[in-house]
Design a protein around this ligand. Structure first.
Ligand SMILES: Nc1ncnc2c1ncn2[C@@H]1O[C@H](COP(=O)(O)OP(=O)(O)OP(=O)(O)O)[C@@H](O)[C@H]1O
Ligand code: SF4
Ligand SMILES: [Mg+2]
Length: 314
């Protein structure tokens, strides 16, 4: 059986501003050859600290951003090899929910119009009555009252707005939804409600979530599988429960230890200044397990269901 999503050797570099007029523009490599796989109906969490490349990965998987190398294959279709009309057709099957429930909904439009927008854009054949019916059904599925369609985004709370964004993502019945920090802007109590809704929708819609968060506790509660990203590389992946119970990579261990507990907040040490001369492990400058080999030889991701990229796993 083919995977729903297959990400192969994804490389994304950004060109930075030239330091001087005639100097070469420096490049920043943000994704260093990412490989991922997701089954239909699965859930995969991507965790990592700020700047690790999570949103870049999300945008690339959504084909909003073009990589320098690698493939994103959704349901057997290589997204970057599709023609424009083919990509438009594929977009029905992959939708997004972003962090900001305030900025992502057009304040001038009624909720019904916002939620129906992907249908209007991606299924032009759908009639007005059918569209209205689908909006009512999807608003009901995300726990909003029917009259929500007639109202404007500012009339809703942050959690309700994120439900509206989820309704808009689900109305085309996608097979995969990429959610980039979908609850990070919400209060903790509201976060729990939205996460419970997302979990329910995964089952009732048979959809897959690619769920991105810097917050481990959020990913822990909602995804079956997890991949840990460090400076654009996957350093550990496996079943979420297994990775959290028995982390193999020192960075995963540090992330778990850094989750603030009441009265004992801890922060990760600052990242190393530059990776220009990096030959060995990208984590070496911060790693308490580091040995000589780590400085010269980059560790590859090990084989197996629970894998880590480390010469001396825990
Ligand atoms: N358009 C761009 N041009 C240049 N550099 C960029 C661009 N977009 C992102 N970057 C850089 O790429 C790196 C990864 O950024 P990205 O937004 O993917 O990280 P992130 O893991 O989503 O972080 P956060 O948790 O803060 O959202 C960062 O160093 C960022 O500064
Ligand atoms: S390879 Fe070496 S430096 Fe890198 S995480 Fe493992 S022990 Fe630490
Ligand atoms: Mg981000």
């Amino acid at each position: 059986m083919t995977a729903l999503l297959q990400v192969e050797n994804l490389v994304r570099r950004y060109t930075l501003p030239r330091p001087r007029l005639f100097a070469a523009a420096p490049m920043l490599t943000v994704l260093h050859g990412i490989d991922l796989q997701m089954p239909r109906g699965g859930s995969l969490g991507i965790v990592g600290e700020s700047g690790s490349g999570k949103s870049t990965l999300a945008r690339t998987v959504l084909a909003l951003d073009r990589p320098q190398a690698g493939r994103v294959v959704l349901d057997g279709n290589d997204l970057f090899a599709l023609s424009r009309p083919e990509l438009r057709a594929a977009r029905r099957h992959i939708q997004a929910v972003f962090q900001d429930p305030y900025g992502s909904l057009d304040p001038r439009l009624r909720v019904g119009r916002i939620v129906a927008e992907p249908v209007a854009a991606l299924e032009p054949g759908a009639g007005t009555a059918a569209r209205r019916e689908r909006v009512a059904a999807i608003l009901n599925a995300v726990g909003l009252p029917g009259h929500a369609a007639e109202r404007y985004p500012h009339e809703f709370s942050g959690g309700q707005r994120q439900r509206i964004a989820i309704a808009r993502a689900l109305i085309t019945r996608p097979a995969l939804v990429v959610a980039d920090e979908p609850v990070s802007a919400l209060d903790v109590s509201v976060q729990a409600q939205v996460l419970a809704l997302m979990r329910d929708l995964q089952a009732s819609f048979g959809l897959a979530w690619l769920f991105i968060s810097h917050d481990l506790s959020v990913v822990r509660g909602i995804t079956a599988q997890v991949a840990v990203l460090y400076r654009g590389r996957i350093v550990e992946q496996g079943a979420t429960a297994e990775v959290f119970a028995r982390p193999m990579h020192p960075y995963t261990r540090a992330l778990i230890d850094a989750v603030p507990r009441i009265g004992r907040p801890r922060a990760l040490p600052p990242p190393p200044p530059a990776e220009a001369a990096l030959r060995g492990c990208a984590y070496a400058a911060r790693c308490p397990q580091r040995q000589a080999r780590c400085l010269t030889e980059p560790p590859a991701l090990s084989a197996g269901d629970h894998a880590a990229a480390c010469h001396f796993p825990l």
